[in-house]
Ligand binder design. Sequence first.
Ligand SMILES: Cc1cc2nc3c(=O)[nH]c(=O)nc-3n(C[C@H](O)[C@H](O)[C@H](O)COP(=O)(O)OP(=O)(O)OC[C@H]3O[C@@H](n4cnc5c(N)ncnc54)[C@H](O)[C@@H]3O)c2cc1C
Length: 349
Amino acid sequence: MSWALPLLQKLVPASVFESINLCQPDPTTDPAEAGKYGIVIRDGSTGKVKIRHQFPSIRRINHKKTKNHLSKDLSVQYGKRLVDITVRLDDDEVTAHFADGTQETGTIIVGADGGVSQVRRWLLGDEAAQEVLPCQFMNFSFSLPAEMAQWLDESLGPTVEVAAHPRNIYMGISLLDKPDATKPETWLFYILAAWALDDSTDGESSGSQLSKLRSRMYDWADPFKTIVEKLPDDTLIRQDQLRIWHTKAWNNHQGRVTLIGDAAHSMTFHRGQGGNLAIRDAYELFNKLVLVYNGESDRETAIDTYDRGAFLRGEEVEISRQCTMAFLDYKNMENSPVYQLGINPAMEF
Ligand SMILES: Cc1cc2nc3c(=O)[nH]c(=O)nc-3n(C[C@H](O)[C@H](O)[C@H](O)COP(=O)(O)OP(=O)(O)OC[C@H]3O[C@@H](n4cnc5c(N)ncnc54)[C@H](O)[C@@H]3O)c2cc1C
């Protein structure tokens, strides 16, 4: 989280924001120090810094901890999978139907249901389908024996270590959680790896994902090389894909159904924008709903205005796609938005 932090501060109670550092993988990390360190992109073969994007304050956040933290004192019902929506234009209501046969009726449904949003599918049918990017992608968490975990923790900066290798491979390593600061063997780390689909081994079904990754690490700098070598042999790595959805305008049914976050614009993580934009959406939608609540706007106008902004913010999907492909095209990387925009928002909408 970078530029959206001041917006989040305006959205949540002061007591929740004051203790937001608890959501970090390591709650003791100083966001100002992390911002000074910034997001560093290294050359994977030498470990040398190619570019550093600093920011006044950066907080890495652990999803699970953040969900728990932000949902304090809220009534959240888990295990409810939305399967359908009914809109009744004559009586001003909208109903969400769930897989367990239950339903909820209200005035607006906000589809905050992520990259494969069912609300988006309901609004746009087949046009809601995601696009798969042409690359191999792996992401997985892991623990290490205490001494190795300590070494890796000391090798990592306070944000994420990102590298682009001249053989068109991307890798990011970060800390995910420190459940017990005194027991390094309990610490959880995270690896993201991607490479262009340009060699025959990508199509092979034999060989574990880990062995495919290891076969690409022989000329990497540390900590990348050593850590992949030292990963436990039984590390579970699932075959994964990078998927995006270029925002298309939707019919909000007179302001009754809208989309927010990844449901409205699902993008890759290479510029670290998806979560920031989700908070920006929340901030914009909140302000529009306040206008409706205060009688200063009707619902349809308010949601139309919000939707136009969310649509424009969807421009980031293409920018992030270009960044992803640039990481897999080493010689042209410096011409990409990774260099030009860093982690700044692309627009003011
Ligand atoms: C590896 C990685 C690194 C990232 N790094 C960054 C970063 O550095 N900075 C940044 O800003 N962003 C980053 N992002 C992006 C960020 O995580 C997402 O943009 C953000 O989580 C989107 O939030 P969301 O609430 O819209 O969707 P999600 O977090 O996906 O939440 C959607 C929720 O909807 C629920 N749901 C789905 N379908 C249904 C249904 N039918 N019924 C009911 N519930 C449903 C899901 O269970 C989930 O709880 C990263 C993403 C990844 C994958």
